[in-house]
Write a protein of this length. Structure first.
Length: 263
């Protein structure tokens, strides 16, 4: 099933359930970017058409592929311009992911500051796509095209702070909205992994993401440029900040992650 298929399956489910296939696994868990997007899809349906401004995501436990997952969404408050919504992913009676989201209508303001320009980058077609290798690459990677551009590969004993490149879906996923961008933004491994000299597990603990509104246009098969930078890493935790731009250099999203690393 494609990313769009799974979002549609949730939207069409009368009991708000969906099962993540094994092809979307990330080790023993379902791919985090997909889980977050599914919860967001449930939240978006209750936002009264207001665009999402920010999401605060906590991954509480691993969603097991092949078992039903239920999405719950609760409107905490709906003000004149902003709606606050709490979303959850539930499996076997346990909370696996929590998202607190702010959905805000536009308002008049004299403040108008343009985003900084995108970094210089080769075109996507000039960058080599990383291959999907069954048994070595995470299963979910087969649904994406990832082209490395900044920094070094994981487990190469690097000392660089930056990491990133171009990312897109492998297939046409239809009209791209914020849920798809969630799926894309999480495709990169934690930026601290290149600092390791051998393979070791790492996972996202918390993730905040802010969306530029009105959302810059992103084509069905367009690549996004992603660049992450380590701000601090110590005692088994890493703190990273990242941004993503479309192919025209327009800022699409801003992301921050706290990751745990066991190595």
């Amino acid at each position: 099933m494609t990313f769009a298929d799974l979002l549609a399956a949730l939207a069409e489910s009368p009991d708000h359930q969906v099962t993540v296939p094994a092809t979307w696994a990330q080790g023993r868990a379902g791919y985090g970017g997909l889980i977050a997007a599914l919860v967001f899809e449930g939240m978006r349906a209750k936002a009264s058409g207001r665009p999402v401004r920010s999401l605060a995501i906590t991954f509480v436990g691993p969603v097991a592929p092949g078992e039903p997952m239920q999405v719950e969404a609760e409107v905490l408050r709906e003000g004149k311009a902003v709606t606050q919504i709490l979303g959850r992913a539930m499996q076997n009676g346990q909370t696996m992911c929590i998202i607190q989201g702010s959905f805000g209508a536009s308002r008049e303001s004299v403040v108008d500051v343009a985003a900084e320009e995108a970094p210089q980058a080769k075109a996507p077609q000039e960058c080599k796509e990383l291959p999907f290798v069954k048994g070595i690459s995470p299963d979910f990677i087969q649904h994406f095209a990832v082209r490395w551009l900044y920094g070094d590969l994981p487990f190469t004993n690097s000392r660089k702070r930056e990491m990133g490149g171009w990312m897109s879906f492998s297939h046409d996923e239809g009209d791209i909205h914020e849920g798809h961008i969630l799926g894309l933004m999480d495709v990169w491994p934690p930026a601290v992994l290149p600092h390791l000299s051998q393979r070791a597990p790492a996972s996202t603990l918390t993730w905040t993401i802010e969306f530029m509104q009105p959302q810059p246009q992103v084509g069905n098969t367009e690549s996004l440029l992603y660049r992450a930078e380590i701000e601090r890493a110590k005692d088994g935790y890493g703190h990273t900040a990242a941004k993503a731009w479309n192919e025209r250099g327009e800022l699409v999203a801003i992301s921050r992650q706290t990751v745990t690393v066991f190595g």
